[in-house]
Ligand binder design. Structure first.
Ligand SMILES: Nc1ncnc2c1ncn2[C@@H]1O[C@H](COP(=O)(O)OP(=O)(O)OP(=O)(O)O)[C@@H](O)[C@H]1O
Length: 307
């Protein structure tokens, strides 16, 4: 079998006259954590639903674990774990009862042993008798993840699993994702958080239904071909206004008392930044371009204003 867990080509999904997914091709290697990023409404959820066989594409083809996403959709549903954005648990059941219920749905034979294993794997043992409704957001997500991998899927699709969860709980959640990946699970995860994108082996960026760029974080940043300066000190507000109005400057973003200044033409940006720094008594220094800068540049290229 190929080492590709997910391979889709030219996927198109329309809702009426709206094209939610527009000729998307994507490959995810086995055991890889692939990030799926893009503005709201750019087509991430729809693409995931097509990949797991819940929606039939209008055009295009694809395989997951060698299974055809159109023909083998019923088998696919058993091979894939899918955590939706609003994954719901039974709030008036305990953690353990929720897991036992899910194990029953999947027709798992030795439910007690499997549930015990899942409780331990996700650090939920101490909370096994707690009502799911009383868990914090982070623990609810861990329980949801636990439910989604109960049937030991080889591919896991996670749709914004950590939205609204605090940083500590997000970190714990990502430890689980990495653990599952080390065990050989392939993960496709959508997120709006840049730090989460950086935890992925590769990322895919979609805008207005079109896949704009795929690659490692370094490759994606390099593809944006941007130059970045940090400007600080002096009359910083005046510097910000001048830089914003400058034709050779593409982005100006304040981070505390520092301006993050980005441009496509390194030479012209250098000239612009140095002139403004000198006029306003500020200091300017070259800096690394961030993933966020790169994404904003890609959105600029597609005319999507939803970022
Ligand atoms: N069942 C549906 N019927 C009609 N339009 C839909 C349906 N599902 C999605 N859409 C539209 O398709 C587009 C893509 O939506 P989708 O939910 O896939 O985006 P997304 O990238 O997951 O967004 P978000 O980050 O907000 O979750 C949106 O314009 C959405 O309104």
């Amino acid at each position: 079998m190929s080492s590709l867990a997910i391979e889709v080509q030219g996927l198109v999904k329309r809702f009426g006259d709206r094209t939610a997914v527009d000729h998307v091709s994507m490959r995810v290697e086995s055991g890889e954590i692939a990030g799926f990023l893009g503005p709201n409404g750019s087509g991430k959820t729809t693409t995931m639903r097509v990949i797991c066989g819940l929606l039939t594409p209008d055009e295009g083809r694809g395989t997951v674990l060698g299974l055809d996403i159109r023909r083998d959709s019923e088998r696919l549903k058993r091979e894939i774990g899918y955590m939706t954005q609003r994954f719901s648990l039974y709030e008036d059941l305990t953690v353990e009862e929720n897991l036992r219920f899910v194990a029953g749905l999947y027709g798992i034979h030795s439910i007690t042993a499997r549930v015990q294993e899942q409780l331990e794997a996700l650090g939920l043992t101490e909370r096994r008798n707690q009502l799911a409704g009383t868990l914090s957001g982070g623990w609810k997500q861990r329980l949801a993840l636990s439910a989604c991998v109960m049937h030991r899927p080889k591919v896991l699709l996670l749709d914004e699993p950590t939205a609204g969860v605090d940083p500590k709980a997000r970190r714990a959640f990502w430890r689980e994702i990495h653990r599952l990946s080390l065990e050989g699970m392939t993960v496709l995860v959508s997120t709006h958080y840049m730090d989460e994108a950086e935890r992925c082996h590769r990322i895919n960026y979609i805008s207005l239904g079109k896949l704009i760029v795929s690659g490692t974080v370094e490759e994606v940043i390099a593809r944006a071909a941007l130059t970045t300066y940090l400007v600080k000190g002096g009359r910083i507000e005046e510097a910000e206004n001048l830089l914003r109005a400058h034709p050779d400057v593409d982005q100006v973003a304040p981070f505390g008392a520092t301006l993050h200044v980005v441009g496509r033409d390194a030479q012209k940006l250098n000239t612009a930044v140095m002139a403004v720094a000198s006029a306003t008594g500020s200091r300017a220094e070259r800096s690394e371009t961030s993933l966020e800068d790169a994404f904003i540049r890609f959105i600029g290229g597609t005319g999507d204003t939803q970022a």
